[in-house]
Design a protein around this ligand. Structure first.
Ligand SMILES: [Zn+2]
Length: 292
């Protein structure tokens, strides 16, 4: 009899522990990974975007809206990345729901397409986003505050370390200019590391195809600058980058903007930091940096 009680008690406490986890939904992968890193096993985090989905054209389904309302915390990137959040907030949101703008406190950059939403590709901004994630978790679960603070500190330490690696590696390269056959996602990133890039696309959104004139100009600049590599972006067909590569004999390299993961990346243990590390390695090759 006692044994049954013990088993029962054990099951109940497991159920309680499972239900006590904070339910968090994030829109993009960087926030998802920050929540995982800061919340650990105290959180149950879900990425709203299905794997492989390009985020700029994404609109939540009615089921997504229900799921968001049943969560404890909903974290979106910013209103320029997810303009639909404004409509969501105008409706009734769950009583329990804490809605968090992950970019709170970050200075936005403007470009030809309006305000640039890709703040997370600046590793200084990424640290501010981690603080916003930490504050949200503490607001929901003050008892575990010291744990969230210490996890956030450790993670920010790793971001700073990666940032130093980028600065050191990119300081001594043949080129500052690179060619990107995708949509304009790396302005914050470029500003941080003193890089420039040319893209045949206009604006931030990947839906408009580049013109032949833009492609011809780009190819001319590549030849004039002796650039031997062309970068393509994640999740979108690299046919523009492939065309440039075919025309110039350049090699293709991935520059991953970390918006979302593909289906195959999802199960591979990939993290925001591992994406950035691979980007750094590909930039060292394409910019012909002195290897350290
Ligand atoms: Zn983008």
């Amino acid at each position: 009899m006692l044994r049954i009680f013990i088993v029962l008690f054990f099951c109940l406490s497991l159920t309680f522990a499972a239900s006590a986890r904070i339910k968090v939904i994030t829109t993009l992968f960087p926030e998802y990974d920050f929540v995982r890193s800061v919340g650990g096993d105290k959180v149950d985090v879900k990425l709203l975007l299905p794997p492989g989905i390009e985020p700029h054209a994404f609109e939540p389904t009615p089921q997504d809206i229900l799921d968001i309302n049943r969560a404890d915390i909903f974290i979106y990137t910013n209103r320029y990345m997810e303009p639909w959040v404004e409509t969501l907030l105008k409706g009734t949101t769950g009583k329990n729901l804490l809605v968090v703008d992950a970019s709170r406190g970050i200075q936005f950059m403007r470009g030809s397409g309006g305000v640039d939403p890709h703040v997370w590709l600046d590793l200084g901004n990424a640290q501010i986003m981690v603080d916003n994630v930490r504050d949200a978790l503490i607001a929901k679960d003050p008892g575990d505050g010291p744990l969230y603070s210490s996890n956030a500190d450790n993670y920010k330490q790793r971001l700073r370390q990666m940032d130093r690696q980028f600065k050191a590696a990119l300081a001594d390269c043949k080129h500052k200019l690179y060619i990107f056959g995708g949509h304009f996602a790396f302005s914050y990133f470029n500003r941080r590391y003193g890089l420039e890039y040319l893209s045949p696309y206009r604006g931030f959104s990947p839906d408009a195809e580049p013109t032949a004139k833009a492609l011809i100009e780009l190819i001319g600049k590549m030849r004039a600058n002796d650039i031997k590599y062309v970068y393509y972006e994640e999740l979108i067909s690299p046919k523009v980058a492939q065309t440039i590569a075919r025309e110039t004999g350049a090699k293709l390299l991935l520059l991953h903007g970390a918006h979302n993961l593909s289906r195959s990346e999802l199960g591979s243990g990939i993290t925001f930091l591992s994406i950035m590390e691979r980007d750094l390695n590909n930039l060292k090759v394409g910019l012909e940096c002195r290897q350290k």
